[in-house]
Design a protein around this ligand. Sequence first.
Ligand code: THU
Length: 141
Amino acid sequence: MAIITLGDEPQRALLQAARAARLNAYAPYSNFRVGAAVLDEQGQVHAGCNVENAAYPQGVCAEAAALSAMVLAGGRRATALLVAGEGPTLVTPCGGCRQKLREFAAPDTPVLVADGVGVQRWFTLDELLPHSFGPEHLKPA
Ligand code: THU
């Protein structure tokens, strides 16, 4: 079992940002609103929401939007990510978003999952995406 730590204040900031982002989700087809927030190496929080599209596969997940916001703002490392959904079933990042996070995060990077009540689960990225492929695979030996 991995030991993962994140201070109370960053956790609170991530939860607040992800919940606020979730309110702006554009999800007219699924009616399933998701918010996400990522903490970068400078301690800055970047949020995103899901943005659906009439051409369904073109929709963007909240986590992908949050990572894009981080990169736009100059962040290059994700030190924690929080996903905020609502309802009885926890919203963990989809497979594609796990891989997108892999680009900017370490195996022990915490991924927090919140519902309408609060943070319910903590995972490491490696728990969600074991034996993963990343940038270092493309570096010459
Ligand atoms: N969705 C996310 O934004 N993040 C997740 O972790 C799971 C799913 C979105 C995609 C789509 O807009 C809606 O939720 C239903 O799948």
